[in-house]
Design a protein around this ligand. Structure first.
Ligand code: SF4
Length: 584
């Protein structure tokens, strides 16, 4: 269908808004409050607005935002939805706006891009609002600093606009405003000499160009319906093991790289995977073992199950034991860059019985090693995955300060030591200059490098003095309340309010991407750690958390920690604490 050609007149838009009164501080007016305040222009004549527009194309975006607001066309993403964009794997790194709907997009998946398509010009406003919130909250852009915004949009592919059809008058003016902000334009049609733009031949070309600018991005063609879809027909299932003599274990031990099979598939089954790489110690094998079960849980025909006793499961048809062993070996080598992987598939019940005790002893030794492990001997790691979307998106990780997103210390360690990822790496701890707050000179040095000088010191175990920066992935947020002299914790799965009227995502909007004394992103694992916020007194200093978190952590016996069931405001929390002997 031929597209309607819209004419454009800033005077007409101004006339439509005449008499409308709105405050620039209205939270719905992001473009007006952060970029270009047009609220004061509403009292001017259309001719005066036209004169101003001729020298500042951003006025169009400000007026269109007011027009959307006046016509109740919101389209704005709320805080929870906005932050969910960065809590995916991979997170959104680039907002892409198509000036007209592009039906062929349905044939692609494009993780890492947040795509909007405009059926109406007004739909460009939510796109611009998202870009402004993104650069302000996660790239620390100061509102109204047009020079820095333009530099930032030039330096990183944060936003892009795509033109697939000849732009009409209205779109042409929109392009002028977006071009003024330095948002890159990709166009399938010639746009003339007014704009610097990237010519594209189609979606494949667009995605290839985005990949070149942003190497972590990869688009994929979506399979046609029916292609490779799992069939609904019941799949035959063959189980081995599940009895007392069955076991599965990954150990840190030498061996011969390859696969060894003992016995035939009959009844019991056992699996021993020995890893001979020097960096694999007994504690890391627990994570690699879990990862092996997790990887195979999505395998087309092979599963390992550990509930109760170990089970080997084949789906569809029986396979030769050598094929099973080779598949386990192949998957492990694909996932981790290990040089010595010795897979032993044991199907002989006498052999299983003779090995059972030593495997159980190994697992017990591992449990104890994990429990005893301390911060001062195990290596430290850094993860910069969240720098994909945020300048200060990094974590410094130790055994007792695990990642704030809920990943484990060992998951990060395995990623740093045994994959090609450049986003996780080990760091030299340097000198321990403050034992209470756990201040290592090496951690602060890396923080300075990663934050380009904005964060110069990080205490791993202190909330109030130089805590690590908060990422959008934080599982929970801990913050200090001066009035109560205590710590409040909000969890991401709690959508109510804290006693001081904060919501998790609203508060995340204020603190993500920043190092803020008194605020820290923390995981459930960190809350369970014996070193949790030692500088502030640990769990003893926590005064409130949502009931869902308290139950999940099994902290019911900590009766001095209130939840929303006991206290919903600061006054009642104060009384609650006084009754329990706290001086406030
Ligand atoms: S460890 Fe930190 S930087 Fe890495 S993904 Fe988790 S929150 Fe992001």
């Amino acid at each position: 269908m031929a597209r309607m050609h819209r004419t454009f007149s800033i005077k007409r838009l101004s006339r439509a808004l005449q008499g409308f009164s709105v405050s620039a501080g209205d939270p719905n007016l992001i473009v007006n409050s952060m970029l270009c305040d047009t609220t004061r222009l509403l009292s001017k004549s259309p001719e005066e607005i036209e004169a101003a527009y001729s020298s500042n194309p951003l006025i169009l975006l400000g007026l269109m935002e007011i027009s959307n607001f006046a016509s109740l066309f919101g389209g704005q993403t709320d805080w929870a939805h906005f932050f969910q964009l960065f809590r995916r794997n991979p997170p959104v790194t680039t907002f892409v706006h198509f000036l007209t709907p592009e039906p062929d997009l349905e044939g692609y998946s494009y993780p890492g891009l947040y795509v909007s398509q405009a059926a109406e010009p007004a739909q460009v406003i939510p796109f611009v609002q998202n870009v402004l919130r993104y650069v302000h909250h996660l790239h620390l852009w100061e509102e109204r600093d047009l020079f820095s915004l333009v530099s930032l949009l030039r330096k990183r592919l944060i936003a892009a606009v795509v033109v697939t059809e000849e732009p009409d008058d209205f779109d042409f003016n929109l392009l002028r405003a977006l071009h003024h902000l330095n948002i890159p334009i990709f166009s399938r049609v010639p746009l003339g000499p007014m704009f610097n733009y990237n010519q594209i031949s189609g979606l494949d070309d667009l995605f290839a160009k985005i990949h070149r600018l942003c190497p972590t991005f990869n688009a994929r063609k979506v399979k046609s319906p029916g292609d490779g879809e799992p069939s609904n027909a019941p799949t035959e299932r063959f189980e081995f093991g599940g009895g007392y003599s069955s076991f599965g274990v990954v150990r840190a031990m030498g061996g011969i790289d390859g696969v060894e099979v003992r016995g035939k598939l009959e009844d019991e089954a056992g699996l021993i995977v020995d890893l001979g790489d020097a960096d694999v110690d007994i504690t890391l094998t627990a994570h690699i073992e879990d990862e092996l079960y997790r990887m195979l849980s999505r395998h087309p025909w092979l599963r390992l199950e550990s509930g109760g006793y170990f089970k080997l499961v084949l789906l569809g048809r029986l396979r030769e034991p050598e094929e099973i062993g080779r598949e386990i070996y192949r998957r492990l080598k694909e996932r981790f860059a290990l040089t010595l992987v010795s897979v032993k598939l044991i199907l002989d019940s006498l052999r299983l019985q003779s090995l059972k005790a030593s495997v159980a002893a190994y697992k017990e030794e591992r449990r104890q090693a994990l429990e005893k492990r301390g911060d001062f001997d195990a290596p430290l790691f850094a993860c910069t995955f969240c720098q994909r979307y945020s300048k200060n998106g990094f974590c410094m990780v130790s055994v007792h300060h695990p990642p704030q997103c809920g990943l484990s210390y060992d998951a990060l360690r395995a990623q740093a030591l045994f994959t090609g990822s450049l986003e996780q790496f080990s760091i030299k701890r340097g000198e321990l200059t403050d034992k209470r707050s756990v201040l290592y000179s090496g951690v602060s040095k890396f923080a300075r490098i990663l934050s380009e000088g904005t964060i110069t010191k990080i205490n791993l175990q202190s909330l109030r003095d130089s805590p690590p920066p908060v990422t959008a992935y934080a599982q929970n947020l801990a913050y200090y309340n001066d009035r109560l002299d205590g710590i409040i914790i909000l969890s991401s799965d709690y959508d109510g309010y804290s006693p001081d009227r904060k919501t998790f995502f609203g508060f995340l909007g204020e603190v993500a991407g920043r190092q803020i004394p008194g605020v820290m992103g923390i995981s459930d694992d960190y809350l369970r750690s014996r070193e949790f916020l030692t500088a502030e007194g640990g769990l003893k200093r926590v005064v409130w958390m949502p009931s869902v978190l308290k139950e999940r952590l099994g902290l019911q016996k900590f009766t001095y920690i209130a939840t929303e069931r006991e206290c919903t405001n600061i006054m009642s929390l104060g009384s609650f604490l006084k009754e329990r002997g706290f001086s406030i």
